[in-house]
Write a protein that binds this ligand. Structure first.
Ligand code: NI
Length: 254
């Protein structure tokens, strides 16, 4: 069965039918879902989803674009949440120079602090990095991220960067973009990556694969992603689903 490693079911895009949608996941082949916190608010909502649904686990953390909300007091609160049994990662954390807010110094500071936090609570990290390859890599090297472990979610760089992250033994979240006509760069990266470093993810409600591009995404669309990876790798869709599921269980200690 499919292991969905990155979704945001706390997003308001699911307000109308969240319960119904999640209730149908397992019978539609989705075994586990990691809901990913992107702010303190969505981390709280992720914890609610973890408590409500046995198959929903959580990555707890603050996305670079929301790091201006962090201070010592709420950072302490965040740290305490990893005591929850179903908190399996620190994320999503990182750098986003596409939106480029807040100031890069603030983003860098809290990326570093959350990497250190992951080391302390002994959990892998889920990294968001957009238009910020060099700084992401520099900070990861300085913080010895290879000892922490984790994945680069929604990987958007080329093969050279993929090699750098592979050298740190990181995993790669692959989603709907790999099905896009203009997703050539990612298709090349997937061809290059060893199968045992690939994870399936959607980033729902965003980045729906072809043929649903532009629509609201959900984990139910992951077979389209698996199919494209299978085509690139010359293996079956079932193998892609099985291997990526084992990869996720290994990374998140499940
Ligand atoms: Ni995300």
């Amino acid at each position: 069965m499919i292991f969905e490693t990155h979704a945001h079911y706390d997003d308001e895009a699911f307000n109308e039918d969240r319960e119904q949608l999640l209730a149908g996941m397992q019978q539609n082949g989705i075994e586990y879902i990691i809901n990913v916190g992107a702010s303190l608010e969505s981390t709280k909502n992720t914890i609610e989803l973890m408590k409500k649904y046995p198959f929903v686990y959580g990555a707890l953390g603050v996305h670079p674009s929301d790091t201006a909300q962090l201070n010592e007091e709420n950072f302490k609160w965040l740290k305490d949440q990893y005591a929850l049994e179903k908190a399996v990662a620190v994320g999503e954390i990182g750098l986003d120079y596409y939106w480029d807010e807040p100031d890069r110094d603030i983003q860098k500071k809290w990326f570093r602090r959350q990497l250190q936090l992951a080391r302390e609570v002994k959990l892998p990290v889920v990294i968001h990095s957009r238009d910020a390859a060099k700084d992401t890599l520099d900070i990861m090297k300085e913080e010895k991220a290879e000892e922490i472990g984790g994945e680069i979610h929604c990987f958007s760089y080329g093969k050279d960067m993929a090699r750098e992250f592979l050298n740190m033994d990181f995993y790669f979240g692959i989603g709907g973009v790999v099905t896009f006509q203009n997703g050539k760069k990612l298709k090349e990266v997937v061809e290059y990556l060893p199968m045992d470093k690939i994870l399936l993810e959607t980033d729902s409600p965003y980045l729906a694969p072809v043929p649903f591009r532009g629509k609201r995404n959900s984990s139910l669309n992951l077979p389209y992603v698996a199919e494209e990876i299978a085509r690139i790798k010359g293996i079956s869709k079932e193998e892609v689903i099985e291997i990526t599921s084992q990869n996720a269980k290994r990374l998140f200690g499940m």
